[in-house]
Every structure is written in structure tokens, then in C-alpha cells.
Design a binder for this molecule. Structure first.
Ligand SMILES: NC(=O)c1ccc[n+]([C@@H]2O[C@H](COP(=O)([O-])OP(=O)(O)OC[C@H]3O[C@@H](n4cnc5c(N)ncnc54)[C@H](OP(=O)(O)O)[C@@H]3O)[C@@H](O)[C@H]2O)c1
Length: 289
């Protein structure tokens, strides 16, 4: 019998994962909230189910790749909770979490043994999801793995509008460290961790070559042929940013990816921005395609 694979939250990352699974002869089902996304998946040749996780639990079984975000409010993850309670037929679940669960690390290099200390509500919701999964495993023997993901970049995801607007950035010497992963490497790493990750374990999925947020914006401007954004001291730059954007600036860390590389043998196609950014212009799959 062909393995049942569900991709919950089958958007930009999910569609790339689905395409990889199809190349292996599998037929995953993507779960989305809106009619528009359902039609987009079907047009891309992916089996799809429309289900609003805020009010319903998806009929999950077999392998589950959970890419859907938590709700925008609160400090818990009720969408996952609903499906875990209903999902006794789940064989293995991969949960996409965020590196934000580590909170601010003062620019230090950290690996997965660093304590979970989420600062923002956004990261607290993801940490709640991780705790739910650990409790699910204790109670039911459920099999799961977690990937902790930083900023995702790729085709259609570059900060073009912001650069066109000339929005300032934090001066290079005061900018926090940030970590990135190219969306195609994320899709590949998702399947690598799903298949080979140790149950109950978390894996940082970044490219292993962190830079600063300002470096990222300067590189994107150069790539897109746009003027470099003005650089301001942090408190001045803050007045030009949304609260959500600023919450990213208040955290600085450098993610080690030894576990993904050494324990699972993962190989990056784009191990740094120098290789990954140019590929954002030439890739065939654009986010809005
Ligand atoms: N942006 C970043 O740099 C970053 C960093 C770390 C982690 N992440 C996370 O990575 C994950 C994948 O990112 P992505 O770019 O692929 O996201 P995306 O393109 O926005 O896709 C998200 C998917 O989740 C579905 N979804 C959202 N709310 C739902 C609900 N209530 N019920 C059912 N489905 C729901 C959406 O369906 P509809 O389209 O129908 O709403 C969509 O298919 C997300 O969880 C994101 O938060 C992003």
C-alpha cells in the first residue's frame, strides 16, 4: 500500500516538498485554508484538501509534515492541539518550528542543546507546539521530529518592496546576527529530517553561515539593482519598522547546523547567501507563479 503523506499548510514551502515527494512516486495531500490555495495546489497537480484548522481537525494519518503557522494571536498553538487529539492514526510527524524559540542569545553560536527561551509571542506559540509534541509522545508513544527554521529566502521572497521604499536598516556595526535558509534547501532538509531524524529530536535548519540583517538587505539591494538602504542607529531605525519586524531585531544568534550535517549527512545546495541569492532570480518556481 502506498504511504499516506499529508502536508499541513501546503504553501510555498509545502508545494516544493510536495513536488519532491511526487518525484519519488508518492502522492501527498496538501491541506490549506482557502479556496484560492486549494485551486493553486490542484492546478500544480497536487491533491488538496481545504480545511480551516481553526475550526476543524484534518483527517491526518500516516506521515504528516506540519508546515502551517500557529494563529497570529495568543501564546499557544490550538491548531496543532486539535489535530493531535484527533490524530491517533499519525505514524510520524515533522513539525516546522522557528529558531525564535531560542530567544535572544546575544549573538552567540548555539546548537540544539541551547535552552528554549522564547521572547516574542510568535516564538512562544511555536515553543508551545514543541511542548505539545513532547507531551503527545509521552502519552501515546507518538513519533515526531522538529525542525527549527530561521529566515526563509527564495524566489518571490526577497524584500523588494521594502528596498524600493528606501526603508532604513540598522547600521551595519550594530545589526543583530540573523540566520537564513534557501527555500529549496529547506524543502530538501524537511524530507531529510522526516526520514532520518531521531524521534523527539530538534534540528536547526539554517545554511550555517549567518550574517547580519543589514548584510542581507545590502546584498538583496545589490542583486536587484536597487539603491542600498540608508543605515541608522538602532533606535532611529526602529521608528521605521513595524513591531513585528523590530521583534526580529531584538534577537541575535548564530545557529550551528552540525546535527543536520554530521548526524544526518545533509548537503546544502546553497550554503550561503553568495550562492543562494542569485538563484532567487533564475529559479523556475516563483512564489506567486
Ligand atoms: N517567512 C519566514 O522567513 C519563516 C521563518 C520561519 C518559519 N516560517 C514558517 O514556515 C512555514 C511555511 O512557510 P511558507 O512560506 O510555506 O508559508 P505560506 O506560503 O504562507 O503557507 C502557509 C500555509 O498554511 C496554510 N494555513 C494557514 N492557516 C491555516 C489554517 N487556519 N487552516 C489551514 N491551513 C492554514 C495556508 O493556507 P491558505 O493559503 O489557504 O491560507 C498555506 O497553505 C510557515 O509556518 C511559516 O510561518 C517562516
Amino acid at each position: 500500500m502506498v504511504e499516506s503523506v499529508w502536508i499541513v499548510g501546503c504553501g510555498d514551502v509545502g508545494l516544493r516538498v510536495a513536488k519532491r515527494l511526487q518525484q519519488e512516486g508518492l502522492e501527498p495531500t496538501g491541506v490549506v485554508r482557502s479556496r484560492q490555495s486549494l485551486e493553486r495546489l490542484e492546478a500544480a497537480g497536487v491533491r488538496a484538501l481545504q480545511c480551516d484548522l481553526d475550526t476543524q481537525s484534518a483527517p491526518l494519518k500516516g506521515t504528516v509534515i506540519w508546515l502551517a503557522p500557529p494563529p497570529r494571536e495568543g501564546r499557544t498553538e490550538p491548531r496543532l492541539a486539535r489535530c493531535l487529539h484527533a490524530g491517533s492514526a499519525i505514524r510520524r510527524l515533522l513539525y516546522l518550528s522557528t529558531s525564535g524559540v531560542y530567544g535572544d542569545c546575544g549573538g552567540e553560536w548555539i546548537d540544539e542543546s541551547a535552552p528554549i527561551a522564547p521572547k516574542s509571542a510568535r516564538a512562544q506559540r511555536r515553543a508551545d507546539a514543541e511542548h505539545q509534541l513532547a507531551a503527545w509522545r509521552s502519552a501515546t508513544g507518538g513519533d515526531y521530529v522538529v525542525i527549527r527554521v530561521p529566515g526563509i529566502y527564495g524566489p518571490g521572497r526577497l524584500p523588494e518592496a521594502r528596498l524600493r521604499d528606501g526603508t532604513p536598516v540598522i547600521a551595519a556595526d550594530a545589526a543583530p546576527y540573523t540566520n537564513r535558509i534557501h527555500v529549496e534547501d529547506l524543502a530538501a532538509a524537511t524530507l531529510c529530517v522526516l526520514r532520518h531524524g531521531e524521534t523527539g529530536q530538534a534540528y536547526n535548519v539554517a545554511d550555517g553561515n549567518p550574517t547580519t540583517m543589514t548584510d542581507y538587505f545590502l546584498r538583496c539591494a545589490a542583486l536587484l539593482g536597487l539603491p542600498a538602504p540608508p543605515q541608522l542607529p538602532p533606535e532611529e531605525a526602529r521608528t521605521h519598522m513595524s513591531a513585528a519586524m523590530w521583534s526580529f531585531m531584538e534577537e541575535s544568534k548564530r545557529l550551528r547546523v552540525d546535527r543536520l550535517r554530521d548526524a544526518l549527512g545533509f548537503q546544502w545546495q546553497y550554503p550561503d547567501l553568495a550562492s543562494g541569492l542569485p538563484a532567487c532570480l533564475s529559479s523556475e518556481i516563483a512564489k506567486d507563479a
